[in-house]
Design a binder for this molecule. Structure first.
Ligand SMILES: Nc1ncnc2c1ncn2[C@@H]1O[C@H](COP(=O)(O)OP(=O)(O)OP(=O)(O)O)[C@@H](O)[C@H]1O
Ligand SMILES: [Mg+2]
Ligand SMILES: [Zn+2]
Length: 241
């Protein structure tokens, strides 16, 4: 990497007769946080600015709540933005859980939160739950001992903001339930926020994760729904043809 032309790589510049931190230091910290966040290059484009409301119909209604799909998206989007503001002011803020059908923008919005927090110099870990569990399982294999189970779990427990993507698409065994419980319970006890996306309904969450974990999620997260009549993934494929 080229040396900074302001500080020559020392990280310090003179301001009057005082040495102060060069701007490149902050940029480097930010870059490192991005690199460690688990966001893929594609996900870095999932930002609040790029969130398109056209996919959420004003003419279709959530039967239970009597609000349109468009309103549902606005409410959820607003909650996501407010979460970022609150989190940047206070690390111990309430988390969010996004439910909704396949291709409704849950992961997109969770990534928008991650990108906004990283942009402001915060730390985020984005994990796809099935991948996390596979990674933990791989540590039991003698061939893959470079990471320990504890180091993976500790990272998910201790990061200021954890995003658990796709909670609940796995075949949950007692083992899986215990791993997730240990992460979620830790974050609850230390009041660290978690943002979750899931296809499961509230009842299914309880059924698949067990009541102990599900009840903690209720305590830690505000629940929001995204509704679409068509999978956005599919609509975008058609658009791009
Ligand atoms: N509001 C949006 N504006 C623009 N593009 C969107 C929006 N929501 C989703 N997309 C696009 O649609 C794709 C699918 O969205 P996303 O991955 O967020 O769905 P999901 O609700 O997480 O689905 P799944 O339940 O399958 O995980 C994304 O990759 C993105 O390209
Ligand atoms: Mg998703
Ligand atoms: Zn510099």
């Amino acid at each position: 990497m080229a040396e900074c032309r302001y500080c020559g790589g020392t990280g310090l510049v003179m301001k009057g007769d005082k040495a102060v931190r060069c701007a490149c230091v902050r940029d480097k910290i930010k870059e490192a946080a991005y690199a460690q966040s688990g966001l893929t290059p594609l996900m870095r484009g999932f930002t609040f600015e790029n969130f398109d409301f056209k996919y959420y119909s004003p003419d279709k209604f959530d039967k239970v709540k009597g609000v349109s799909y468009a309103q549902t998206a606005q409410i959820t989007y607003k909650a996501a933005r407010e979460f970022v503001d609150k989190f940047l002011q206070n690390r111990h803020t309430e988390g969010l859980l996004f439910t909704g059908p396949v291709g409704s923008g849950k992961t997109f919005l969770a990534c928008a939160i991650a990108n906004a927090v990283l942009e402001k110099g915060g730390q985020v870990l984005f994990v796809v739950v099935p991948d996390l569990l596979d990674k933990i399982r791989a540590t039991y294999d003698i061939q893959h001992r470079e990471l320990t189970e504890q180091s993976i779990i500790d990272a998910a427990r201790e990061i200021p903001l954890l995003i658990l993507d796709d909670l609940g698409v796995h075949n949950y065994t007692q083992w899986t339930i215990n791993k997730l419980y240990s992460i979620i319970n830790y974050r609850l006890n230390y009041q660290l926020p978690t943002v979750i996306t899931t296809n499961l309904s509230v009842a299914e969450l309880s059924e698949h994760l067990g009541e102990r974990t599900a009840s903690r999620l209720f305590q830690m997260c505000k629940f929001y729904r995204l509704l679409v009549d068509n999978n956005i993934r599919y609509l975008k494929r058609i658009e791009s043809r």
